[in-house]
Design a protein around this ligand. Structure first.
Ligand SMILES: NC(=O)c1ccc[n+]([C@@H]2O[C@H](COP(=O)([O-])OP(=O)(O)OC[C@H]3O[C@@H](n4cnc5c(N)ncnc54)[C@H](O)[C@@H]3O)[C@@H](O)[C@H]2O)c1
Length: 351
C-alpha cells in the first residue's frame, strides 16, 4: 500500500497529539485539515506542512485520495463527522466520547459496518504501559476473578469552560469527559463485561469558580463561562458477571488536590493501576505487595497517543484487529446515558 493519507477534523488541542503520532510513521502522510475556525486550521496546516485546508468537513471528504480521518472536534461533531467520513469510504479514528449518547453511537457503529470501514474510538489510556501489562497479568489469571473495582478522576478547580461546559456541544461534564476513560479502563481490563445496572447521582452546586486565584487553570480554546453541566458525580455500576464498580468524578469539588485512581480487586490478587502500579496478594502465608518497574514515560499522555495512532495505522495498512472497536465506545455511551438518567430520576437504571 502507498502511504496512508490522513485528514484531521478539528484542529484544537488534542489534534496536536494525533499529529505527534502520525508524524512518527513513515507510511503516513497527513494531507488535509479542517476546522470551522479558519485562522486555527491555517496555523495548524503551516505548523505541520499540510497542503489542503477546509472549514467544512464535507468538502474535505470529497478528496478521493484520503484514506482515513481523525475526528478531534467537539463531542457533538463526532457522530455527524464520523458518519459522513465512513459514508465517503474513509476509516475513522474518533476521539472519546464516541458520541453525545448511545443512540448517536449506534448510528456510527451501523454506518461503519455498512461501509466496511474501521471506526476506532480514542480510548488512548488502554495503550499505557501500565494498562498493557496489567491486561496481560489479568489474562494469565493473576488476579483470579475480579469482583469489585474502584475508580475516580477528581479535580478541585478544573472546569475547562467553552464547549466542554455547554451540554449541547459536550453531552455533559466530567462524567462524559473524564469518566468515560476510567469506566472504559475498568471494563477493558476486566474482560469487557456488559453493564446491567447503574445507580448514580450528579451534582451542580459549585459552578465554575472563576473567581479563584493562585492556580493555573486549563481553559478551552474557545473559552466562555457558560456552564450547564454537572460539576461532580458518583455511580455504582453493576456488570453481568457480578462485578461492581464504584466510580466518582469531578471538575470542581472541595478536595485537597486533584487525583486519579483505579483499583481492581480479584480473589487471587488486588491491584492499584493508578496513581501507582502495585499488586496485593498473599504467598506462602504472608501478605505480599509488589511493584512492577515500568518506564516513567510509558504511560504518559504523549506515549499513549503515539501507540494509539500506530495501532490505527496498523489496522488500516496491515489488517491488524482493532483493539478499540467502536462497539466499546457504544457500550460506554450506554453506561453514561444510564448515569445521567439515574441521576435525573433518583432511581437505579437497568440497561
Ligand atoms: N483522549 C483524550 O485523552 C482526550 C483529551 C482531550 C480531548 N479529547 C477529546 O478531543 C476532542 C477535542 O478536544 P480538544 O481539547 O482538542 O478541544 P478544542 O476546543 O481544543 O478543539 C476542538 C476543535 O474542534 C473545532 N470544531 C468544532 N466544530 C467543528 C466542525 N464542525 N468541523 C471542524 N472542526 C470543528 C473547534 O473549532 C476546535 O478548534 C473532544 O471530543 C475531547 O473529548 C480527548
Amino acid at each position: 500500500m502507498d502511504k496512508v493519507k490522513i485528514g484531521v477534523i478539528g484542529t484544537g488541542s488534542i489534534s496536536n497529539l494525533h499529529m505527534a503520532g502520525y508524524n512518527r510513521l513513515e507510511n503516513v502522510e497527513v494531507i488535509a485539515a479542517c476546522d470551522i475556525n479558519e485562522e486555527r486550521v491555517r496555523k495548524f496546516a503551516e505548523t505541520y506542512h499540510i497542503a489542503n485546508t477546509f472549514t467544512d468537513y464535507n468538502e474535505m471528504l470529497k478528496m478521493e485520495e484520503l484514506d482515513a480521518v481523525s475526528v478531534t472536534a467537539w463531542n457533538n461533531v463526532h457522530a455527524p463527522a464520523s458518519i459522513a467520513a465512513l459514508n465517503a469510504g474513509k476509516h475513522v479514528l474518533c476521539e472519546k466520547p464516541l458520541a453525545l449518547n448511545a443512540d448517536e453511537a449506534l448510528g456510527m457503529v451501523e454506518t461503519s459496518k455498512k461501509n466496511g470501514k474501521i471506526l476506532m474510538v480514542g480510548f488512548c489510556r488502554r495503550f499505557g504501559e501500565n494498562a498493557v501489562s496489567l491486561k496481560e497479568m489479568i489474562a494469565k489469571g493473576d488476579l483470579g476473578q475480579i469482583y469489585y473495582a474502584k475508580t475516580g478522576c477528581l479535580r478541585r478547580c478544573g472546569n475547562p469552560g467553552g464547549w466542554f461546559s455547554d451540554r449541547s456541544k459536550s453531552g455533559g461534564g466530567p462524567v462524559i469527559d473524564l469518566g468515560v476513560h476510567m469506566i472504559d479502563l475498568v471494563r477493558y481490563l476486566s474482560g469487557k463485561p456488559r453493564a446491567v445496572s447503574v445507580m448514580a447521582s450528579t451534582f451542580d452546586h459549585m459552578g465554575m469558580r472563576t473567581e479563584v486565584k493562585g492556580i493555573t487553570k486549563y481553559n478551552s480554546a474557545d473559552y466562555s463561562e457558560y456552564n450547564d453541566v454537572e460539576d461532580c458525580a458518583t455511580a455504582l455500576i453493576r456488570f453481568e458477571n457480578g462485578m461492581t464498580l464504584f466510580f466518582e468524578t469531578s471538575w470542581v469539588q472541595n478536595i485537597k488536590e486533584d487525583s486519579l485512581y483505579l483499583e481492581l480487586f480479584g480473589d487471587k490478587a488486588g491491584v492499584t493501576m493508578e496513581p501507582e502500579f502495585e499488586i496485593y496478594e498473599s504467598k506462602y502465608n504472608y501478605l505480599r505487595n509488589t511493584k512492577p518497574v515500568l518506564n516513567a514515560e510509558g504511560s504518559g499522555f504523549e506515549h499513549n497517543f503515539i501507540e494509539e495512532i500506530k495501532h490505527f495505522i496498523n489496522c488500516i495498512a496491515d489488517g491488524a484487529i482493532c483493539l478499540n472497536p467502536a462497539e466499546d465506545g457504544l457500550e460506554l455511551m450506554r453506561i453514561i446515558d444510564a448515569i445521567y438518567q439515574s441521576a435525573k430520576t433518583g432511581h437505579e437504571v437497568l440497561i
